[in-house]
Design a protein around this ligand. Structure first.
Ligand code: F0G
Length: 385
């Protein structure tokens, strides 16, 4: 029987690790690619959901964190730090625990979902709520790691992107080729950059040559010859990349950073994305786009996924599907194609949104007496036996 071994061991030959690397893993990756029946019916294309909420801490961040924490251990770090809208902090806290490292996380005060806050605390991280937004937290985390003995595990660390590119590999491995269109939410823009990197590596013969710091060394100047390997192309094509931001936090749509980003999708409440250039490259090289969806569209997609597909995600994750629906309504989704939407985080991270009706009312569960007739009445059942 095959047991999934986590993304580093599954894709070791395409990642900056060697036989002797101490791998920090919680078994991340290997997530389901679910056929979305209703979205397929709606669009006339075959739509799949890459359900990243099924990772160990409930988001795609675990793919990057296994690499970042492995790199931290390799570098001899004693402590790691990250800024986060919540999921990165939950993931960093869990993987730091597994690695035996101390973990500090900086989060925007009052703007992270309860599930994520609970995870970081449960795993023993030192959680500091900063009187500022995510962009402020990231700036502090970067400065802290520059001047103090703490290892930065945000996606500005290239190890994170290396790990996250494995999601693209898994999709190609599952479908037999790349999809025609790949749709995902965009916040700090690490993930769209990572997917594009993964798709490109799979679409052509690639020589992997990693420097001691785990970075690709294009010129081969500073690499260990034993680590160099050339692998054949796996896919025949590249997808078009569609990214979606929340309308109140859409710097790529504005064309410049947003000083006061706002959205109910706190995961992507980011105004100054760190991976700006690589995200723009993913968009432009693929012939794709980065557009915005409103909070209302995000919540409608969140409801669609729960009520029509059976997949429970957090609001930020629903931005991809909100974008697909918006594009469909604009007549811009081709039929007969293969489309993958990444849904990035689990619905249990931020469950309160499920208890709201479409018009903003509160859902109150029905109460019944402790007997079968009351339950049958409440369900509208007639006795048939
Ligand atoms: N979806 C979820 C659920 C996220 O948590 C994030 C980012 C994104 C999408 C956007 O991905 O930043 O790579 O463009 N969350 C980070 C965090 C910022 O701190 O957890 P991105």
């Amino acid at each position: 029987a095959h047991q999934w071994r986590g993304v580093i061991r599954e894709y070791a030959d395409r990642l900056p690790v060697t036989e002797s690397t101490r791998v920090i893993t919680l078994g991340e990756g290997g997530t389901p690619l679910v056929h979305a029946q209703k979205l397929s019916e709606l669009t006339g294309s075959t739509v799949y959901l890459k359900v990243e909420g099924m990772n160990p801490t409930g988001s795609f961040k675990d793919r990057g964190m296994t690499m970042a924490m492995t790199a931290a251990v390799q570098a001899g770090a004693k402590a790691v730090v990250c800024a986060s809208t919540g999921n990165t902090s939950a993931s960093a806290a869990a993987y730091a625990t597994s690695a035996g490292l101390a973990c500090a996380v900086l989060v925007p005060e009052g703007k992270i979902a309860m599930g994520k806050l609970s995870q970081a605390i449960a795993h023993g991280a030192t959680l500091l709520q900063v009187d500022g937004n995510f962009d402020d937290c990231l700036e502090i985390a970067r400065k802290l790691s520059d001047s103090y003995p703490v290892f930065l595990v945000n996606s500005v660390n290239p190890a994170r992107i290396q790990g996250q590119k494995t999601a693209a590999f898994e999709i190609v491995d599952a479908l037999g080729d790349a999809p025609d269109i790949h749709v995902l939410p965009v916040g700090n823009a690490g993930n769209i950059s990572a997917y594009w990197k993964g798709y490109k590596e799979y679409a052509t013969e690639t020589t992997y040559s990693f420097g001691a710091d785990g970075e690709d060394s294009q010129d081969g100047a500073e690499h260990d010859a034993a680590q160099e390997r050339t692998l054949p192309a796996v896919s025949t094509k590249l997808p078009v990349m569609w990214g979606f931001q929340a309308a109140g936090a859409a710097p790529f749509v504005a064309g410049h950073p947003i000083t006061h980003p706002e959205t109910i999708a706190t995961a992507i409440r980011i105004g100054n994305p760190a991976s700006w250039d690589t995200a723009v490259a993913a968009r432009d090289e693929s012939g794709g786009l980065i557009d915005a969806v409103t909070d209302g569209e995000i919540l409608a997609a969140h409801r669609w996924l729960s009520a029509k597909e059976g997949v429970f995600v957090e609001p930020g994750s629903a931005a991809s599907v909100a974008g697909l629906i918006k594009m469909h309504e604009g007549g811009r989704v081709p039929t007969g194609k293969t489309i993958v939407c990444t849904v990035t985080g689990h619905g249990l991270k931020d469950p309160q949104w499920a208890l709201r009706t479409a018009d903003g009312g509160e859902v109150v569960p029905v109460k019944v007496s402790n007997d079968v007739v009351s339950v049958a009445d409440a369900l509208g059942l007639e006795s048939g036996a």
